[in-house]
Design a protein around this ligand. Structure first.
Ligand code: SF4
Length: 493
């Protein structure tokens, strides 16, 4: 464990995230208190620490010491010459980055950027009509980003701006509907997901509650245009063809589709997809679906608990094409347990034969609740290496197959502090992905674990209202979930 002793609570999150980025394998704990002798803490001696980092931050100076085995092994004192809070924070992060980089010999591809949306900087600067060179210099000097990541941010931001200008997103809103059931639980999963075998008997009750919430959502905005609908999960196609038909019928009759430019059902797991379900999706005018392999290596699929075969991926994909689904996304994950660069190259080649319309490349992020974290000792020697190389291979593959990057985001605990990138053939992008990831539009999120984001453009304000995650609580407390949203909307619009 690494213990960080910090004099100023204000920088807790940023410093924790930066240290964690340099030491992804270690547990990092922040204590907002500087030890008296500025060396080691006696007050917290119950937890063994492999290394202590002490950040003594005042308005004008930053003192940084690293202590190991009671000895100071690294020390820096720096003056900070600014009263501007934002500049101070950026300076502070750069100084800490340089110290840790000197100490570890590592460079981070995203520099000091530790947040979820690194493209936001390029996006906002482009909107302010800054030149590409100005943006490049700014991201390099202020945030120490690598050239590759700056170029990627710019490409994504340029594409996002073009796509968003095609819809009246500021006067619109989008809907997310969560179906929290899956055929089985994947090893790395940390989403709200309930395995069908154990929880299948709740589906009808869940749908009743969900229909009630959908009906309410239909009354929320009479003066806003509905831009996109996204049915995700979980795995929406764990519903039977009949249940899926009922759900989509209810959505169709509740909302005004005049301005809807995208209606996605993230089918997801191939083991839940059938010809009947694909027909239901087609009949209801679904414009975009996802059939997610994650990998095309059968050994890995078995290991990560996907319970489907590579053959099923290919068969369901071909079935969807035969029925005329003309916008199919496929998700892959880089850094899966037991995989190496050759496995990823193989996966991309196999996916290339199918030629989906978009390809979303995730880097494995192991969250606390995932089995992969809970049972980590079991998989200790199977962690993937060279994930940065895998990401580069994926990016080169995407370029060679005419996919353009159009959205990008990062999560906590991502392997090597990297990113997820959505690539799409020209015109086949998922607009919802941009709207949610860039927080450009109000999203009403319905279902267990749904997190509504209300975006107030004029006030530069975003507010969140969430539903309970537990399936049983959601069913029992549906009226309360609806009331939460009603009160928020009444008080804010
Ligand atoms: S398909 Fe997705 S939501 Fe379902 S268990 Fe796997 S990772 Fe979780």
């Amino acid at each position: 464990m690494i213990k960080i002793y910090l004099s100023n609570e204000e920088y807790h999150y940023d410093i924790h995230a930066l240290v964690k980025a340099f030491y992804p394998e270690d547990q990092v704990k922040v204590i907002v208190q500087i030890p008296d002798d500025n060396t080691v803490s006696e007050s917290d001696s119950d937890e063994e620490s492999d290394m202590d980092m002490i950040f003594d931050i005042s308005a004008t100076t930053i003192k940084f010491n690293i202590i190991k085995n009671s000895e100071c092994i690294y020390s820096e004192n720096n003056n900070v010459d600014t009263k501007d809070k934002k500049l101070f924070k950026n300076n502070l992060k750069r100084l800490i980055y340089h110290c840790l980089s000197n100490f570890t010999g590592k460079e981070l591809p995203w520099g000091t950027l530790t947040g979820v949306r690194p493209t936001k900087i390029a996006y906002e600067m482009l909107e302010q009509n800054k030149s590409v060179d100005e943006i490049k210099d700014f991201m390099k000097e202020q945030y120490l980003c690598s050239k590759d990541k700056i170029d990627l941010s710019l490409k994504v931001a340029e594409r996002e701006i073009t796509l968003l200008h095609e819809i009246d997103y500021k006067n619109g809103y989008s809907i997310y509907i969560g179906i929290p059931f899956c055929p089985s639980t994947c090893l790395y999963c940390s989403f709200t997901s309930y395995p069908l075998e154990q929880f299948g008997s709740y589906i009808d009750e869940y749908l009743q509650a969900l229909f009630k919430e959908i009906t309410f959502a239909g009354t929320c905005y009479q003066d806003k245009k509905l831009s996109t609908i996204y049915v995700g999960g979980g795995t929406p196609t764990t519903l039977s063809a009949k249940q899926l038909d009922q759900l989509l019928t209810h959505i169709r009759k509740t909302f005004d589709f005049t301005y809807v430019s995208e209606f996605t059902v993230e089918a997801g797991r191939p083991d839940s997809i059938t010809m009947d379900k694909l027909k239901v999706l087609k009949n209801h005018g679904i414009t975009r679906i996802s059939i997610n392999p994650q990998t095309m290596n059968q050994n890995t699929l078995d290991l990560i608990g996907r319970k489907h075969t590579v053959k099923q991926i290919i068969e369901t994909y071909n079935m969807a094409r035969e029925l005329g689904h003309d916008n199919i996304n496929m998700d892959v994950i880089l850094g899966l347990t037991g995989e190496n660069v050759d496995d990823v190259t193989y996966t991309l080649n196999e996916i290339g034969k199918l030629s989906p319309d978009s390809l979303t490349v995730h880097t494995l992020a192991i969250k606390r609740a995932a089995r992969l974290n809970i049972q980590k000792d079991k998989y200790l020697n199977m962690a993937a290496t060279d994930v940065s190389v895998m990401l580069k291979i994926a990016s080169e593959y995407a370029k060679s197959a005419d996919y353009l990057p159009y959205y990008l985001y990062r999560q906590k605990n991502m392997t090597d502090n990297l990113e997820n990138v959505g690539y799409a053939k020209f015109g086949k992008e998922g607009l919802y992905n941009i709207l949610i990831m860039e927080e450009r539009q109000t999203i009403l999120a319905l279902g267990a674990g749904g997190l509504c984001k209300f975006v107030f453009h004029d006030e530069n304000r975003i507010e969140r209202v969430e539903n309970v995650k537990s399936l049983k609580d959601y069913i029992e407390r549906i009226d309360e979930m609806i009331e939460r949203k009603r009160i928020f909307i009444n008080n804010n619009y």
